[in-house]
Design a binder for this molecule. Structure first.
Ligand code: HEM
Length: 187
């Protein structure tokens, strides 16, 4: 029996599209939250509103991508983690599960935040999602806090994920990173 060495083309496409969507959404969201404040003047308020709308247009796409990704992952076996200790295999699986969990919870918390604020939830300029809950000035700051904490949690897990991908490539010199890159693995 031969061991499958690479992820499927669809898994690779979903992986890199999601990586791009999440990182761009994260950068725009962080920029709007950290560098733009309401109350300076009307033009600045409008610019901040547009930045948050852009953040939502892009970030909501990740909700659809993560659903497809979970379905694909559940129905297609990933490559074996060869040459890793039992402990490292368990740690890698745990890390990947945490990544999936946060990729679900971060956009949902943003969706709940915007719903509680009574703002629309646009998707890539195509349509809007229905609110997850009624407008609630009490719940809005709670979901804002949850969205922020989960997002920074996701950033930490992504940083760990990238670190280990590079460790596999440069230190362990195995084919883990290549298994998620376009094309066939060369020996
Ligand atoms: C890939 C998914 C997402 C990522 C990575 C992400 C990331 C972020 C980040 C980093 C911030 C700044 C947090 C802070 O420091 O306060 C933020 C704020 C925000 N996010 Fe998201 N977000 C995502 C999904 C969503 C979704 C789906 C919505 C709503 C539909 C949303 C709505 C908001 C809003 C309204 C803010 C507040 C911006 C501000 O206060 O200036 N986010 N997001």
């Amino acid at each position: 029996m031969t061991t499958q060495r690479s992820y499927t083309g669809i898994a690779k496409l979903l992986h890199w599209t999601m990586a791009a969507v999440i990182l761009v959404a994260m950068a725009i969201g962080a920029y709007a939250a950290l560098f733009m404040s309401y109350g300076i003047d009307a033009a600045h308020d409008a610019a901040k509103g547009e930045m948050i709308t852009l953040h939502k247009e892009i970030a909501t796409v990740s909700i659809f991508l993560i659903v497809l990704r979970i379905i694909w992952r559940a129905t297609h076996r990933p490559p074996e983690l060869v040459g890793m200790s039992q402990f490292m295999q368990k740690a890698a699986h745990g890390g990947h599960h945490l990544l999936y969990l946060l990729m679900v919870l971060v956009p949902i918390s943003g969706w709940a935040f915007s719903s509680a604020a009574g703002y629309p939830i646009p998707v890539a300029g195509l349509f809007t999602l229905p609110p997850l809950l009624d407008k609630s000035p009490d719940l809005q700051p709670i979901f804002a806090e949850i969205h922020e904490i989960l997002t920074y949690g996701l950033l930490v897990v992504i940083a760990g994920h990238v670190f280990f991908a590079l460790k596999h490539y440069f230190i362990d010199k195995d084919k883990s990173l290549q298994s998620m890159l376009p094309g066939k693995i060369k020996d």
